[in-house]
Design a protein around this ligand. Structure first.
Ligand code: ZN
Length: 166
């Protein structure tokens, strides 16, 4: 559920949606989640002070509260990320488009539209390659050419885009 700005941006380009709209949707969702967490925290805190609680119940509620606070801090960090500038690394939309058009066959060994998965130990090709995307039916994951380079060469998004533009 937590994606980098670049991942959101890359998807927005795939579907021809404005990046600001895509980020706005994500921000709305994160805001809603944070409000939900706030409500849960209130309810649990109220329970915690009930005198009738036994030790086990108190511990369970305490654990739930700890989990919730962890989600909250993850979401807050994400919220901050979504509000940061996302065009700082000088990767243009055109560069991303060119990178996505890089022939997938040059990145993975495709035989009859299939290839060994880049994500799991595969001996019998499970990865379907079409329309310049790869999809593994075992991992249930889909990668475009940028994702493939990131995955197989351990590059960051920007590095992978530049690499595919060379
Ligand atoms: Zn796989």
């Amino acid at each position: 559920m937590i994606q980098t700005i670049e991942q959101i941006r890359s998807k927005a380009i795939d579907f021809n949606m404005p990046i600001d709209w895509a980020i706005h949707k994500k921000k709305e969702y994160v805001k809603e989640r944070l409000q939900g967490i706030e409500a849960q925290k209130r309810i649990l805190s109220k329970y915690l002070i009930k005198p009738t609680l036994n030790k086990a119940e108190r511990e369970l509620i305490f654990l739930a509260l700890t989990d919730i606070k962890k989600w909250e801090s993850d979401l807050l960090r994400y919220h901050k990320l979504l509000n940061s500038k996302y065009r700082e690394n000088k990767i243009t939309d055109d560069m991303i488009r060119i990178a996505k058009e890089y022939p997938i066959e040059k990145l993975v060994d495709v035989q009859k539209g299939k290839s060994l998965c880049i994500n799991h130990k595969d001996t019998n090709p499970s990865m379907d390659c079409r329309k310049n995307f790869a999809h593994c039916y075992v991992c249930d994951e889909t990668w475009d050419t940028i994702d493939i380079v990131m995955k197989t060469q351990g590059m960051e998004f920007g590095e992978a885009v530049r690499y595919l533009n060379e």
